[in-house]
Write a protein that binds this ligand. Structure first.
Ligand code: AHM
Ligand code: MG
Length: 336
């Protein structure tokens, strides 16, 4: 029987039953995240009407001007996750230090790192934004986690997912057994399984990169993009199309749906040296999802989920998507 049409609640509980020793804590945590994302979807949808669009008067730890919704959605995530007893600590793009569970609340065995509103520069122009999250196990015996406890490789993730607030609100989820996509049915307030077993085609003719950074790229990326742009007239003898939404959730969703390659490579811009995207709550969860869907995710030199993190807000170059294209870019770097 097809699983399409199943609610995310049923899906999560059925997955839990497959694991014999499961305590149900992960299912509980996923349900908390689902509730938070439904609330965020509602707020994003109504932001213009209730006057929460536009910039706030603050900057986050990365020195980026915050949107009002960056702050509000961060609070929604923290408020939904801090009291249910499933987490030992949290880390957010918007907060410099880790977020501890209040002393009067029970603690659980998981850690979460999240970007509450990815692509928030798109909010005021009504393009897709999203929430990204990565779940790690809290090291055994640790009751008061520190930053060090979050410094786990992406390959240690037990679950990763993201929500896209676009024409429809979608939740994409992996627990290491493939990738499934759910669409929010607003009438009943449930995410419904609409995209089971998402897989990324190995080949593609679509690339995504911010071309305005071209002069800052390294030679192998210059070469790869130049060949795509030359299309039929160049060495690839094939025409490529290009997209750049400036919202990683939308780009990765597109790659999961019809293939493609997404690049935010190493560049020599003073503001993004070492890459732009953050390892813990952007690159790692997206890489886990992409690999689970049959794609590849690399810095061009190294598999992203093999990186040992050194900081909560560490940035890395990201090249992910259809296997044959990502491997080609990696090969160009090796040849260099
Ligand atoms: P954010 O988390 O502050 O929104 O930044 C991350 C976003 C990604 O979603 C997107 O891929 C990238 O930044 C776009 O950057 P740029 O504006 O340099 O093209
Ligand atoms: Mg982000």
């Amino acid at each position: 029987m097809s699983d399409i049409g199943k609610s995310i609640t049923q899906f999560i509980i059925e997955q839990q039953r497959v694991h014999k020793n499961s305590t149900g804590e992960m299912s509980g945590l996923l349900n908390d995240i689902v509730s938070a994302c439904k609330k965020i979807s509602h707020l994003v949808n109504r932001s213009g009407i209730i006057g929460i669009g536009g910039a706030a008067e603050s900057e986050n730890v990365q020195g980026e001007v915050q949107k009002k919704l960056d702050i509000i959605t961060n609070d929604v995530m923290v408020d939904h996750l801090k009291w249910t007893g499933h987490l030992a600590a949290m880390a957010s793009e918007e907060i410099e230090e880790i977020i501890q569970i209040p002393a009067n609340m029970p603690k659980g065995q998981y850690l979460i790192a999240f970007d509450p509103l990815d692509g928030s520069s798109n909010i005021d122009i009504n393009l897709s934004v999203g929430t990204i999250f990565s779940i790690l196990r809290c090291p055994e015996g640790v009751t008061n986690p520190t930053v060090e406890d979050f410094m786990q490789k992406g390959s240690e993730q037990v679950c990763a997912g993201f929500c896209v607030y676009g024409p429809t609100t979608m939740m994409i989820l992996t627990t290491g057994q493939g990738v499934n996509g759910f669409t929010l049915d607003r009438d009943v307030g449930e995410f419904i399984l609409t995209h089971p077993n998402m897989t990324i085609p190995e080949d593609t003719a679509e690339f995504a990169i911010n071309m305005s950074n071209q002069r800052f790229w390294e030679a192998p990326v210059q070469r790869y993009i130049e060949e795509c742009v030359q299309g039929m007239d160049g060495s690839r003898e094939k025409n490529f199309n290009m997209r750049w939404v400036a919202s990683m959730v939308a780009e990765v969703y597109r790659v999961l749906t019809r293939g493609g390659i997404f690049l935010y490579p190493l560049d020599s811009k003073p503001t993004t040296q070492g890459g732009k995207l953050r390892l813990l709550y952007e690159a790692n969860p997206m890489s886990f999802i992409v690999e689970q869907a049959g794609g590849v995710s690399s810095t061009a030199y190294q598999r992203i989920i093999d990186i040992k993190p050194e900081g909560l807000h560490q940035r890395v170059p990201v090249i992910l998507g259809s296997k044959n294209e990502v491997e080609r870019v990696m090969r160009y770097h090796k040849e260099k």
